[in-house]
Design a protein around this ligand. Structure first.
Ligand code: C2E
Ligand code: CA
Ligand code: CA
Length: 446
């Protein structure tokens, strides 16, 4: 967020402000005007030109830590640096909180755009002074070249935003120029988006269930619900592809609600001691309404929330720790348990285990599959298990594929596991049969 001084003033004919009061730069409206006028000048001979969007990485924490005045101060310094370094004829605008645009009338192709991106990256990586302190930031950028990436302002800006989004997804300080490959991927994603939306409406997204077992006995203690989609044209599409797509395109709630409804309707008929584990995606954890949505679906299905585990990842929690904390607390208050999924991947921090209240930690498959080959992994997994037990978290090992891994995990004190060794995700009917078989075996042993 920018401070009060950050509000832009003066408006163009459509009511959009044209000058940003904080930095004195033009705004989104002037970006559009600038694109339109260069395009008009070149109407007879449409020579290319380039626009770039530059977004600061990790600006929000700076604002939170040092206060909005310091944030404003940094934004002004960014504006000055950009103005000082852009090539002749270029203009700079501030198009959002920590986002800037650059119009480059004499940048005609990809290589030159990348060069400008490298220069911006360099210039913005130098420390910023706020009072007597120094802060380091990085910036990501996305470029779009006219007319290939868009023949009018809205489309060209959208392409630059897509390129910027790609940069952000790849990490910090990345540079992306909108390309043929990106355009093709966008078309493919749009086609998949349509198919997925239709499949949700037609109730064609299925849920399969992977058993979670007690390692010592192999008894089923729960099932993880995993989304399954097979499209007539596209064939089998992995949830690792379509779940992020639904998040990105803003309909993860519809997808997730359909999945939870189906999963809960099945879980109701399982014996009471068998829990349902359900994945929530990152986008859902930044929405305070998620807890109530989840609970109302579970209630409608008649499933006791105490039989529901909610799986979340660390990255999802970190996107907005305040809201995530609220959502998770509400769910826990009615008896749901919270599992930290994929533990050990991403930017895991052991400290995070203390910041939030979890009930379970799922050790990622990448650790489990290295367990029997690497001594160091054995030590890490042992440490994770001991630490979790010390903090009263249950530990579930994921992706167990071999008997050797089972043995090792058992020796390390892990009691609950999941993986192809015990069973792949199966449809509701097969899950039911697995439960019956497991019950019969327990009776025979008992
Ligand atoms: P995840 O939550 O980590 O789920 C575990 C993934 O590992 C599943 O892949 C599962 O089939 C696979 N797996 C389980 N055991 C083994 C094993 O022993 N070996 C190997 N190689 N793989 C194993 P899947 O079903 O393709 O799901 C991929 C990811 O998609 C999930 O990772 C989860 O992040 C996401 N996802 C799936 N269903 C849902 C859903 O309903 N909602 C949300 N938000 N995400 C979902
Ligand atoms: Ca999971
Ligand atoms: Ca996982």
């Amino acid at each position: 967020m920018v401070g009060a001084t950050g509000t832009p003033h003066k408006a163009d004919a459509s009511g959009l402000p044209i000058k940003d009061r904080l930095t004195g730069l033009g705004t989104l409206a002037s970006l559009r005007d600038s694109i339109d006028s260069i395009a008009a000048e070149r109407a007879a001979d449409p020579a290319p030109f380039t626009i770039g969007l530059v977004n600061l990485d990790g600006f929000k924490p700076i604002n939170d830590l040092f206060g909005p005045e310091s944030g404003d101060d940094i934004l002004c310094q960014v504006a000055e640096r950009l103005l000082a370094c852009v090539p002749d004829g270029a203009s700079v605008m501030r198009t959002g909180g920590d986002e800037f645009a650059i119009v480059l009338p004499f940048v005609f192709e990809r290589k030159s755009a990348e060069k400008v991106g490298m220069m911006l990256k360099e210039v913005l990586s130098a420390p910023f002074d706020i009072g007597d302190r120094h802060v380091r930031l990085s910036a990501s950028s996305g470029f779009a070249i006219y007319p290939f990436a868009g023949a009018e302002a809205g489309e060209l800006t959208k392409s630059a935003a897509t390129a910027l989004y790609r940069s952000k997804r790849r990490g910090r300080a990345q540079i992306t120029v909108y390309s043929h490959e990106i355009a093709q991927e966008m078309r493919r994603a749009t086609h998949m988006e349509q198919a997925l939306r239709n499949a949700i409406i037609a109730n064609e997204i299925d849920v399969h269930f992977q058993p979670i077992v007690e390692i010592a006995t192999g008894d089923i203690v729960g099932f993880e619900a995993l989304a399954r989609w097979c499209d007539a044209d596209l064939g089998y599409v992995s949830p690792a592809v379509f779940v992020p797509l639904a998040e990105e395109r803003g309909f993860i709630d519809a997808l997730s609600e359909a999945l939870l409804r189906k999963a809960a309707e099945q879980a109701v008929s399982w014996p009471r001691h068998i829990f349902l584990s359900f994945n929530l995606s990152s986008a859902q954890l930044v929405d305070p309404a998620t807890a109530l949505n989840v609970l109302s679906i579970v209630n409608r299905a008649g499933l006791d929330p105490r039989r529901l585990d909610i799986e979340i990842t660390e990255t999802a929690v970190m996107a907005d720790p305040d809201i995530a904390g609220r959502v998770l607390t509400m769910l826990r208050n009615v008896g749901c348990r919270i599992s930290l999924d994929d533990f050990g991947t991403g930017q895991s921090s052991l400290g995070r285990l203390c910041d939030f209240t979890f009930d379970k930690v799922k050790i990622d498959r990448s650790f489990v599959s290295r367990l029997t080959a690497e001594r160091s992994t054995e030590h890490i997994v042992r440490a994770i298990i001991d630490m979790c037990h010390g903090m009263n978290f249950q530990v579930v090992a994921e992706g167990i594929e071999t008997a050797a891994e089972v043995d090792m995990l058992r020796r390390l004190g892990c009691t609950i596991g999941q993986g192809w060794y015990f069973g792949k995700a199966v449809d509701a009917v097969t899950a039911r049969r697995l439960i019956n078989d497991s019950a019969t075996r327990q009776l025979a042993v008992g």
